[in-house]
Ligand binder design. Structure first.
Ligand SMILES: Cc1cc2nc3c(=O)[nH]c(=O)nc-3n(C[C@H](O)[C@H](O)[C@H](O)COP(=O)(O)OP(=O)(O)OC[C@H]3O[C@@H](n4cnc5c(N)ncnc54)[C@H](O)[C@@H]3O)c2cc1C
Length: 286
């Protein structure tokens, strides 16, 4: 197996253009597991760890640009205040060792329906920045990035450079059901983000459909029915849960049944919206 080690972003793009079959590796917490278990043996690995800029974040106006190689631990420690949904999800990933190595770029690259970063990225309206040597930069909204089980909109000659997420303008929450509290792949997960300026609520469903997805009907329902100056109406909350559950299309598998997942999505949708709404009302009252 060839081991490619670019030291600049331009070199990395050139390597991927010349060898599209080379598998990028960042933290390696997905790639190395697959190699160790002989799931597949790529002809070449493209190690991105020497491309320093990938492991950094920056701010452009109200938007945070999270480098594809930024480990979860840094998101938790440095971006928790501005990207609370993503930071909460990051705290639930694996164990300290996995959070030290694992990255959002790798989570996006793997495009597993169960990846924990996806629901908060969807709810926040994040945009994935990808690039190829031949066609330059493409900005892909998160809701267009996931195409199927472990399939994304990334072309064979493209690499993920960063993900752009607006600083939270309202409360955000992430919730995950697992068979235990740590080191667990989500049975299902849910994220909510309040966008009070636009009178809008964003959603993200994880591990309950072939791809992470938004609950669009539920978002539209809240856009029409939510009274932003009042208490959260229990009928609205219940309907929101039902519509989120309806947006899921889960399967039965070793981690849980489809019925359980549908039920859990409704519960998490109601809970996360309630938590977010209570925070929002508290800030307004202060
Ligand atoms: C013990 C254990 C526990 C885990 N727990 C969780 C969990 O709780 N939640 C969760 O979501 N995941 C979990 N994972 C999976 C994994 O840690 C995450 O998916 C992590 O985000 C992967 O990041 P990485 O940097 O290690 O990716 P890598 O393994 O380096 O890469 C993952 C994929 O992304 C591609 N890739 C990486 N970087 C780029 C790039 N810049 N451009 C294009 N493609 C790229 C790779 O080619 C590969 O297909 C766990 C894994 C292990 C081993």
């Amino acid at each position: 197996m060839e081991f490619l080690r670019p030291t600049t972003w331009a070199e990395a793009l050139a390597a991927k253009a010349d060898q599209p079959e080379a598998v990028p590796i960042q933290g390696g917490t997905d790639v190395m597991v697959e190699i160790n278990f002989d799931v597949h043996r790529p002809p070449a690995l493209l190690d991105l760890n020497q491309v320093g800029e990938l492991a950094t974040w920056s701010r452009e106006g109200d938007t945070y640009r999270v480098g594809a190689g930024l480990p979860y631990v840094t998101i938790i420690e440095e971006l928790g205040g501005v990207l609370p949904g993503l930071a909460q999800a990051s705290r639930t990933v694996g164990s300290p060792q996995i959070r030290n190595r694992g990255t959002v770029g790798g989570n996006l690259g793997a495009a597993s329906p169960a990846g924990d970063s996806h629901p908060p990225l969807l709810a926040a309206g994040a945009v994935v920045e990808v690039e190829s040597r031949a066609r330059g930069v493409r900005m892909i909204p998160a809701h267009e990035f996931y195409l199927g089980v472990k399939r994304s909109a990334l072309e064979p000659d493209e690499l993920i450079r960063a993900v752009r997420v607006e600083a939270a303008r309202g409360p955000q929450y992430f919730s995950k059901v697992g068979t235990r509290n740590a080191m667990v792949i989500a049975v299902c997960s849910f994220s909510v983000a309040l966008h009070p300026g636009e009178r809008r609520v964003g959603t993200g469903i994880g591990s309950a459909a072939p791809t992470p997805r938004r609950a669009l009907e539920a978002e539209e329902f809240l856009a029409g029915e939510l009274d932003w100056d009042a208490r959260l109406d229990s009928a609205v909350l219940k309907r929101f849960g039902e519509l989120c559950s309806r947006a899921a299309s889960p399967i039965d598998d070793v981690r849980g049944t489809a019925d359980y997942r549908r039920h859990a999505i409704a519960v998490m949708a109601r809970r996360t919206l309630t938590w977010a709404w209570n925070d929002y009302r508290k800030v307004r009252a202060a």
